[in-house]
Design a protein around this ligand. Structure first.
Ligand SMILES: [Zn+2]
Ligand SMILES: [Zn+2]
Length: 283
């Protein structure tokens, strides 16, 4: 299994801290996610790359999460232009770090129509894709249906890909999905989820999973992550989720509250769930 957490900076400490919390993969921000300007620290980057080798972490399982400022569906032209420019920068940084995947939210269309938002996002994705290093792939993350967000189901995510006509991959976030009504706590809910993925993006294009419990009940659209087993998905819910083999092998990235210590506990919780299901959960 591949498991890890969203790790705080400094970047060069992330590979070692990942192993210390019992993980073998991770997610990072490549720069401060709440400011537009990117500051470059070359020695830190080089150290990060050598630490990846020292701790034997597979770059193909690692995610870079794009800045929260980016809104690829924004109706405001200035925000849209700056978003595309920043995402292009992030693709370049990922390349310089030796990483392969940049995870981004489809964005918010605000008061525009859904169709308009999907097209706007797709156009931005195409521009970013065409102007980025070819060894870095964009990954669209399913989001919670709040604040004009687009991309809260797989049909919308596939439409963006269809319009953009580029090679896009996808991340499932268990909290966002739960917010949008995907009930992964029942067998029927999981069958529906898997069938929907197969009928839209295709299982092979679902590359990553953000593993979060939810502070609010099914369909709440609140986007409030909770520690594994302490929310409305719960241990029983995750037991059901992981009984579907489609979700046993893709990298699982925690975005749960807390720091390294809490993440270590959550990773242990997930390993116990795998053990209970009789799945080999060694690294
Ligand atoms: Zn995200
Ligand atoms: Zn997420």
């Amino acid at each position: 299994m591949f498991i890890g957490a969203h790790m705080s900076s400094p970047l060069s400490t992330v590979p070692e801290r990942t192993v210390k919390i019992g993980g073998n993969t991770f997610q990072i921000f490549s720069h401060s996610p709440r400011i537009w300007k990117i500051s470059v620290n070359e020695s830190e980057r080089e150290k990060f790359k050598s630490e990846m080798k020292v701790w034997n972490i597979d770059a193909n399982k690692v995610l870079v999460h794009a800045s929260y400022l980016i809104n690829l569906a924004s109706p405001k032209d200035e925000v849209w232009q700056r978003s595309k420019a920043l995402l292009k920068e992030e693709m370049k940084i990922a390349h310089l770090l030796g990483l392969k995947y940049v995870n981004v939210h489809p964005g918010s269309k605000l008061k525009e129509s859904l169709e308009w938002g999907l097209k706007r996002c797709a156009q931005a994705i195409k521009e970013v894709h065409d102007d980025s290093p070819k060894d870095v792939t964009l990954i669209l993350e399913i989001v919670a249906p709040k604040g004009g967000n687009i991309g809260y189901n797989f049909e919308q995510l596939q439409k963006i890909k269809d319009i953009a006509k580029v090679d896009l991959k996808f991340t499932y976030d268990t909290c966002h999905g739960f917010d949008g009504g995907y009930d992964i706590t029942t067998k029927r809910g999981m069958e529906d989820l898997v069938n929907e993925i197969k009928a839209t993006i295709g299982m092979k294009n679902l590359l990553m999973c953000h593993l979060n419990d939810s502070k609010y009940p099914l369909g709440s659209a609140k986007d409030r992550h909770e520690r594994i087993g302490r929310g409305y998905i719960g241990i029983k819910g995750f037991l059901n989720f992981f009984s579907f083999e489609e979700f046993q092998k893709i990298p699982l990235i925690l975005e749960t509250p807390g720091k390294d210590e809490e993440h270590a506990q959550d990773i242990l919780t997930v390993r116990k769930i795998f053990s209970q299901l009789g799945i080999n959960n060694t690294k």
